[in-house]
Ligand binder design. Structure first.
Ligand SMILES: [Zn+2]
Ligand SMILES: [Zn+2]
Length: 129
């Protein structure tokens, strides 16, 4: 009779990812936690916006527009994002992403995947002729 709005396995994985992202949280210099520590975005520059530093955004963070910030659990390899393969990934293949990092990193991943596909096609063409 339980009406869970999320697929059970997906929800469990999301919670596990968020739990890790919370425990691994890196406080910003001088920051004081005045409430329960929230999960922190686990992007460390994959989005191309904050090279090699961990993103400071946290789950539930206040935003001027669009309501509180929500982190998503998505594959570290974002070329898999949204594919059936992504649903079967383990916790260590998943990262907590804030929306802006998720978008940015997905764009970067797609760029790389496109470049790799182009190289693969070129190799194939060379094999043909
Ligand atoms: Zn982020
Ligand atoms: Zn980022």
């Amino acid at each position: 009779m339980s009406a869970c709005p999320l697929p059970i396995s997906g929800a469990r994985l999301w919670l596990a990812v968020m739990d890790r992202a919370r425990r691994s949280r890196v406080p910003a210099p001088g920051a004081v936690f005045d409430c329960e520590p929230a999960a922190q975005c686990e992007c460390t520059g994959q989005c191309g916006k904050h090279a090699s530093a961990r993103c400071p955004h946290t789950h539930g963070e206040y935003r001027k527009r669009g309501g509180p910030l929500r982190l998503v659990a998505a594959p570290a390899d974002l070329t898999l994002d949204g594919t059936p393969a992504a649903a079967r990934l383990d916790l260590d293949k998943m990262l907590a992403w804030c929306p802006s990092c998720h978008d940015g990193a997905r764009r970067e991943a797609r760029k790389l995947a496109d470049a790799a596909a182009t190289v693969a096609v070129m190799d194939m063409m060379e094999g043909l002729f």
